[in-house]
Design a protein around this ligand. Structure first.
Ligand code: NAP
Length: 372
């Protein structure tokens, strides 16, 4: 019998990327897909391949949710906090698939990234686990990029700097970055056409516009266009941000590590629109050649590929624009560091809306369809 699958948060960024992938891969024909909304219920649900999906249901209607076999939510942490525990209290027997971070570290919850932890996922389904959540975007992208080195137990520790796109914070933040860019361009658009206009005059104009009260900063609190923000998420008591904290705890949970692999660094929001980049300093457990490192990285999964460490390949291929909208995980700038032969530097780029969010959720739905 077809499973009843409720989809909440399907029009957000992660949700719409997930729905697109499900349609592309023909994942929706063998389930009863029911669309919910927190803000627009009663209105028309989407029409897909000329099939109408009826009326949007109320995402807060507990009776309706109780009848679902599987709930996928990309709505965000508040919705999960509001609904998940109510359903569990009522002894709901269904499976919960979630993009938000709320449940990730609970002991009866699995963080899914099946190219890395397929065996843990299957084992947990057999043990009766019913909650499967996607990992933090930079964590999933790091594991897809460096999966081979983790799998071969070659990593002693990692220090990382991230370069995270505006869309990582949600649709409103992406709109705000574009608005900021628009305001800045408009302020110098006439000057740009004048070859004799001083660039420092333009820089001053831009700097003054940014300081005005009407410059749009309600989402990020500060300007992102022409700048960066070296702080993502709330603060932890040890000086880390929560985004930085997730790097170690979620990675080790996904891997099922017996001995914790230390991972720390600084997470930075930059003015790219989509796709996250990361720069890793990796302390290897032993000295292995660059040729072997590349082979190990390439062989781990179908989606990772190595960009040669030269100027042309790097500037043309190792950047957010190159991977945007694709499942490709690019790793480059692979080199031994001058610090010592067992220190490796690697730069990676991946689409945080795909492998960093939607794709692991799409794939756990496939696994559940086959196994439950
Ligand atoms: P989002 O784009 O802001 O969407 C969340 C919800 O906001 C939508 O489902 C929609 O709910 C509502 N919404 C309000 N205005 C909207 C608009 N103009 N366009 C689209 N939706 C709008 O959030 P998200 O980035 O997809 O994140 C969802 C969850 O995934 C969060 O928990 C986030 O932490 C997690 N996550 C995000 C990323 C990422 O890269 N963005 C990566 C990994 C995990 P209604 O239809 O019910 O109004």
């Amino acid at each position: 019998m077809k499973k009843n699958v409720g989809f909440i948060g399907w029009r957000g960024m992660v949700g719409s990327v997930l729905l697109k992938r499900m349609i592309e891969e023909n994942d929706i024909t063998d389930i009863n897909l029911i669309f919910f909304s927190t803000s627009n219920f009663g209105n028309q649900a989407p029409t897909i391949n000329n099939i109408s999906y009826g009326i949007l249901k109320n995402a807060y209607d507990i009776d309706l949710l109780m009848n679902l076999d599987i709930i996928i939510t990309c709505q965000g942490s508040k919705y999960t906090n509001d609904i998940y525990f109510k359903l569990k209290k009522l002894d709901w027997k269904g499976y919960w698939i979630d993009a938000s971070s709320v449940l990730r570290m609970k002991s009866d919850v699995i963080i899914v990234l099946d190219p890395v932890n397929y065996n843990i996922i299957i084992d947990s389904i057999n043990k009766g686990i019913k909650t499967f959540v996607g990992g933090n975007c930079t964590v999933s992208l790091m594991l897809m990029a460096l999966g081979g080195l983790f799998q071969k137990n070659l990593i002693e520790w990692i220090s990382v700097s991230t370069y995270q796109a505006a869309s990582g914070s949600g649709s409103g933040h992406m709109v705000e970055l574009l608005s900021q860019m628009g305001v800045l361009y408009n302020s110098v658009s006439t000057d740009l056409k004048n070859p004799f206009c001083s660039v420092l005059d333009m820089e001053r104009t831009v700097a003054n516009i940014i300081k005005t009260d009407h410059f749009p900063v309600s989402k990020f609190s500060v300007p992102l266009a022409t700048s960066l923000i070296p702080w993502i998420d709330i603060s932890m008591s040890n000086g880390q941000t929560k985004e930085e904290w997730k790097g170690e705890v979620e990675t080790n949970k996904i891997l099922g590590s017996k001995k914790i692999i230390p991972i720390d660094g600084i997470c930075v929001r930059i003015g790219s629109l989509r796709c996250h980049s990361q720069s890793f300093t990796i302390k290897l457990k032993k000295n292995i050649s660059i040729i072997d490192v590349k082979t190990i990285l390439k062989n781990h999964n179908t989606w990772v590929s190595v960009v040669e460490n030269n100027y042309e390949d790097t500037i043309n291929n190792l950047n957010p624009l190159k991977v945007s909208g694709t499942l490709n995980i690019l790793v480059g700038r692979i080199k031994k560091m001058t610090i010592g032969n067992d220190y490796l530097s690697v730069f990676s780029v991946g689409d945080q809306l795909l492998w960093g969010a939607a794709e692991p959720l799409r794939r756990i739905l496939l696994i559940l369809k086959k196994t439950i």
